[in-house]
Design a protein around this ligand. Structure first.
Ligand SMILES: [Zn+2]
Ligand SMILES: [Zn+2]
Length: 262
């Protein structure tokens, strides 16, 4: 399994300020191999069109959605995927369907949506995908925001954007898994320690604490690596500085376009 980061930013990155060649983070999203998309926010085609890979989304068959916040979930982007990619299916909480219908009206009917309940493993295009609760809420009171476990060929990816810490139900479900790559969100960087957002998002100290615990008790696979995404523009310094501070506790911040073998 390969993961490509199409976006690594939180919701405060403004695409209008993008300048080609300058450091920039789009809204967080990732592509597993060429077929499975995690989150379909409004910037994913901007990545394709500006990073020299216009066809990168052309083989996407399924998209799994973490939650319906607009930086992760764009009905217009999803409609474009459904119209361009034959057989495209969208998976997530039923809040996604409500949001599609609210924004797109009748046009939402062309989107094949399948509800993915928490705790059930589904074969999604050859990947075993399980959703577990995130500590993160949206304006839809019935929505269960989620993190994902994605398994293929005995390799396991954890994708956890957005969530503060790991809720105990989720922890109990994942603690014995041989996870090989863990993507943790880190909205709040060194400019926002002990921040009000840390009830819905991680800060850099929370990431350090979690990773220390994982290593102390040898959780997950022997080769497990830790990567951060969903980093806010105003709450982190530049990427090189973030990379240097996270290297001190063995974590790599992702950047748009980073590809990693899981
Ligand atoms: Zn977000
Ligand atoms: Zn969110």
């Amino acid at each position: 399994m390969k993961i490509t980061f199409l976006g690594t930013g939180a919701a405060d990155w403004d695409i209008k300020t993008y300048v080609h060649g300058e450091e920039f983070r789009r809204y967080s999203s990732a592509l597993v191999d060429t077929e499975l998309l995690i989150d379909a926010g409004p910037h994913i085609y901007h990545f394709a069109e500006n990073e020299g890979c216009p066809e990168i989304l052309s083989q996407v068959k399924n998209a799994i959605i973490t939650h319906s916040h607009w930086d992760h979930f764009s009905p217009k982007t999803i409609l474009r995927l459904a119209e361009n990619n034959p057989g495209f299916t969208l998976w997530g909480d039923s809040a996604c369907l409500r949001a599609l219908q609210e924004v797109l009206g009748e046009a939402a009917a062309v989107i094949n949506f399948v509800e993915l309940p928490i705790g059930e493993t589904h074969d999604i295009g050859g990947y075993n995908v399980t959703a577990w609760p995130a500590s993160h809420i949206t304006r839809d009171p019935q929505e269960e925001s989620r993190v994902y476990i994605i398994e293929k060929d005995e390799r396991i990816l954890f994708y956890g954007c957005d969530s503060a810490w790991i809720p105990s139900r989720t922890w109990n479900a994942i603690m014995r898994l041989k996870i090989n790559l863990m993507v943790l969100e880190c909205t709040c960087g060194e400019f926002a320690i002990n921040d009000w957002r840390s009830f819905d998002h991680n800060d850099i100290k929370m990431v350090e604490n979690m990773v220390d615990v994982f290593r102390k008790y040898k959780y997950f696979a022997e080769d497990v690596r830790f990567v951060t995404s969903h980093m806010a523009r105003e709450l982190h310094p530049d990427h090189a500085t973030v990379a240097q501070s996270m290297a001190a506790f063995g974590v790599q911040p992702a950047y748009d376009g980073l590809e990693l073998e899981v």
